[in-house]
Design a protein around this ligand. Sequence first.
Ligand code: GRF
Length: 188
Amino acid sequence: MKIAVFASGSGSNFEAITEGCKAGEIPGEVVLCVCDRPGAQVESRAHRLGIPLLSLSPKSFADKEAYERRIVDELRREGVELVCLAGYMRIVGPTLLGAFPRRILNIHPSLLPAFKGKDAIRRAFEQGEKRFGATVHYVDETLDGGDIIVQQSFDYNGDDFEELERHVHKVEHGLYRKAIKQVIHPSH
Ligand code: GRF
């Protein structure tokens, strides 16, 4: 299963997925990293891990459709069958969605449908939540909507936001690998 990972920032989930494939835990191969923020940290991870990088600036395209068409062309050229969004800070449009129906996944650092959108961990923490977690779901045209594939939760009663954030990310890295395995082999 050829996988492309899309990211806009740090890329720790990109790295976790890539390592999961290299270790044989995920029956797939990351063949492309797509980044919409040239210079983001995920790019140096892609270089270090030897994964081909497509770095595009959406502003340099006439519109979203043209931007996504360029990406779809590249995904097709690479034979990509599964798209994993991992900190990709953009709503996917009909061009990309139509090209990969039910083949685009996303990870979100909350127990969806709670805390959709940006700064989910911070908002949950500030509202006094004690139960946190992460969700992997299919992507549709809505923000952090789409059918849920897997979720994992944990309780946190502390007051150290950085510690909480680290824990959410750790959970995410295992959860994304599990979700991809499940999508590739639903019966396992
Ligand atoms: C993760 O928390 C993910 O859930 C959210 O963006 C963050 C990306 O982190 N969508 P990283 O770039 O994978 O380190």
